[in-house]
Design a protein around this ligand. Structure first.
Ligand code: ADP
Ligand code: ZN
Length: 212
């Protein structure tokens, strides 16, 4: 799943993962887990994540390789938030290059609206939205009962930094995948498009091309 922060990568990937029964791997979630658990890596990368900058390629590459080497990934997986640089894409090619890159094309005003109202479960990472994707009980995760909170990097100044980082470091990577002919664009201009509708559209594309 490719696209700017707030384009819906995590929301769609988590639903696709249930539909296809393959794991959803969010490198942002791997990063937050390291920080929560206060591991050595967590302490090393906390300042990057809090300020909206990319974690160094070697560190994120190791986290990803560890995750992919687990048994549940043998039949495939959905990546959300990786790769974000050409160096990372090359790391991925050495393990297993993507079959298809779903590019979520979402305008900046929609992104700002979504991120400023996003809530995340502090325990399991599930994603909600105060306006468009509410939890059943206010402030509590439907899935695990954990507390919902605003992510540290969902503050306006950090959101702007993340959008800049995306434009400069990540978006150029799309060209790398265009050259391989595996990019499928999904245009989504509404802030509150129902996720199920988008997920059905992604599944339609994947099935039409016999990826699933
Ligand atoms: P979003 O896509 O909403 O910006 P993520 O949850 O995917 O957020 O990522 C949060 C943060 O984790 C990033 O801003 C960055 O600091 C770090 N991160 C996640 N994935 C990567 C990656 N592939 N390379 C470098 N840093 C990453
Ligand atoms: Zn939860």
């Amino acid at each position: 799943m490719f696209g700017p922060p707030g384009s819906g990568k995590g929301t769609y990937a988590s639903r696709l993962s249930e539909e296809l029964t393959i794991p959803h791997i969010s490198t942002g979630e791997l990063v937050r887990e390291e920080i929560r658990n206060q591991t050595e890596t967590g302490r090393e990368i906390e300042s990057y994540s809090k300020s909206g900058r990319l974690v160094p390629d070697e560190v994120i590459g190791k986290l990803l390789e560890n995750r992919i080497s687990q048994a549940d990934c043998a039949k495939g997986f959905i990546l959300d938030g990786f790769p974000r640089t050409v160096t990372q894409a090359e790391v991925l090619e050495r393990i297993s290059g993507p079959d298809v890159v779903v590019n979520l094309d979402v305008p900046d005003d929609v992104i700002l609206e979504r991120l400023s109202t996003r809530q995340t479960c502090g325990k399991c990472g599930a994603i909600y939205n105060e306006r468009s994707l509410k939890s059943k009980a206010a402030g509590i995760c439907d899935k695990c009962g954990g507390q919902l909170r605003k992510r540290d990097d969902d503050q306006p100044s950090v959101i702007n930094e993340r959008l800049k980082v995306y434009a400069v470091q990540t978006q150029p990577l799309l060209n790398y995948y265009h050259k391989k002919g595996i990019v499928r664009n999904l245009v989504n201009k509404e802030a509150s498009a129902p996720p199920d509708k988008v997920v059905r559209e992604i599944l339609r594309i994947l099935k039409a091309e016999q990826h699933v």
